[in-house]
Design a protein around this ligand. Sequence first.
Ligand code: SF4
Ligand code: SF4
Length: 370
Amino acid sequence: METKTFKTTTLSRLGYGCMRFPKIPNTENSIDVDKSKALIKLAYEQGVNYFDTAYTYHNSESEKFLASALASYPRESYYLATKLPVWVTKNLEDCKTVFETQLKNLNTDYIDFYLLHALDKDKFKFVKDNGVYDYLLEQKKNGRIKNLGFSFHDNYTVLEEIVNTYEFDFAQIQFNFVDYLFQNAKKEYEILTNKNIPIMVMEPIRGGALANSELSKDSKYNLVNLAFRFVASFDNVQVILSGMSNEEQVKENLNSFSNLTPLSEEERNTLNLVRDKFLKSKVISCTSCNYCQPCTKEIVIPKLFSLYNELLLSSNKKAFLDSYPTFAKTGKDCIDCLKCVNHCPQKLKINKLLKEIDSSYTYLRGAETP
Ligand code: SF4
Ligand code: SF4
């Protein structure tokens, strides 16, 4: 297992994401304890020492399960990461209650890596308005939190606000070979690196979507292996999380992380081709039938979808950036009335797609600005 130094500790490059354990058949979230314990044991014994759970994972079963799975190992031999979901709280007192519950769930008196979970603009506002950061800092001073961080899902301008407001020991972002070039990941990486904030990576293969059978079928390479090595090649990436659900995945990942050699040119080219194929598969299947027109807010939906599809197919960012502002109304004007959705024969989630396009525009515009 390859490792990397974090302050005075040595972390495995592979972290066990504890949100996709095998489940008991016909249950929504109940963890199959025996099967899952065997996976944790295999990973731990082969050098994985970073375990990333959350209060909400597996219907709030994940933390307790993880504690039981690691109970026979010395506490100092592994590192626990868990997260505070401010959206289940109403105020600071609720946050305190959640934190105390998490210590009990994990059967520990300290948490190695504690994250504000899935920060976005609204959740960060809650954190600021309710003094949550100061409370967590106090817990850090008391030794109950060793490292304080956050996971993140929003536009990079929000990320800038977060890291310019408070100090953090680490951050967790979605980062992979598709998001690096097409979504916010490159910019987010740069913002965090400029602030000297080490990065824990989530969704290195987007829950398997970047290495599915369709994308893999013509490749002589193991795409999962290439995807991990792509992410691992960035200096400021510390731990790469993978939510492993079966023995085959654990063994395959252990194998990848035993030798994270840099990608060859041919391997990089392969990832570029896979990325293009993946993006093309994301093309919006709008037929320009116009049944969704007129939109309540006068958004010219089919033309926007057509413009976005051109971007996916040609990667011509300039054409997209030049044309998008010429639309008087876009996704940011959508009020989610769903009138269009109810009329679309392709059953497209039009309101959501419009907002995704708007986010892409905001990101690409920012990324193109020197
Ligand atoms: S959901 Fe949005 S895009 Fe659709 S009709 Fe309403 S305002 Fe227009
Ligand atoms: S109804 Fe659906 S398929 Fe037709 S133009 Fe509108 S979004 Fe496209």
